[in-house]
Design a protein around this ligand. Sequence first.
Ligand SMILES: Nc1ncnc2c1ncn2[C@@H]1O[C@H](COP(=O)(O)OP(=O)(O)OP(=O)(O)O)[C@@H](O)[C@H]1O
Length: 281
Amino acid sequence: MMGLQSSSGPDASPAIRVRGLAKRFEAVRAVDGVSFDLARGETLALLGGNGAGKTTTISMLLGLIIPSGGTIEVLGHDMATSRHLALARVNFQSPYVDLPRRLTVRQNLAVYARLYGVPDVAGRIAELARDLDLAGFLDRPAGQLSAGQKTRVGLAKALINTPEILFLDEPTASLDPDTADWVRSYLERYRSAHGAAILLASHNMHEVERLADRVLMMKGGRVVDEGPPAALIERYGRRTMEEVFLAIARGEPMPPLPEGDAAAQAGDGAPGGQAGRRAAV
Ligand SMILES: Nc1ncnc2c1ncn2[C@@H]1O[C@H](COP(=O)(O)OP(=O)(O)OP(=O)(O)O)[C@@H](O)[C@H]1O
């Protein structure tokens, strides 16, 4: 059986592979040559100030916006030609998407479960209601929920098809610190139980430090730096990701390159990389 899983087949591919991704809105280069991989089981945070190009990037990964250039592979499928094969196996959560307000939480989840072809709809809803503590408002119209309850329902919707890639936009928005912490632990458990990859957009740097294996810093539609949060904090000589974020957003002077890195990374056309950072900032 091993032989069937060739190293170039869909199962060996990263969760996401993006090369030279670009999107122009008339004169605005919203995304301008972005390349990165998201490994299976990895959590990658997409960071950047307002207008950096995060939402446009995620929208292209979800097939909601057609790129002006570049390629996207999701779970080994080219999004330009076979996006339907990829989209059935991913899902997303965003506080900016409202569920139909008159349908109850249970009805909403059932609609999404059927759209994704979930085999045991009632069973999956019961499971998520237990995991995300929805039981108290499962039969209430979605329009009558508090902001924090809506966030949890949004997560349940995002997990309904047990996705292999989860796109999260501010997953703990409007949650009190205790519930936010609990949701983060739940996401970590979900990721390890299912080997799922997570692409996270968040302005909460504490959340990023806690959840992300790696961070992509975007500015002006380009990736200006990348690395694990601890490595970025060390390289920038700061104490937290919040301070790193501010340093990059404000274009503060870069720290010196670590010994040996300059030669190794100069001219490196690989995703991100210090050469790109120098050029882009
Ligand atoms: N439909 C559109 N038409 C024209 N310009 C757009 C459109 N969508 C986004 N832009 C522009 O593209 C750039 C990137 O926007 P994007 O929403 O991707 O940024 P973002 O990093 O998600 O920002 P935020 O943190 O504010 O959500 C911005 O300059 C924005 O004004």
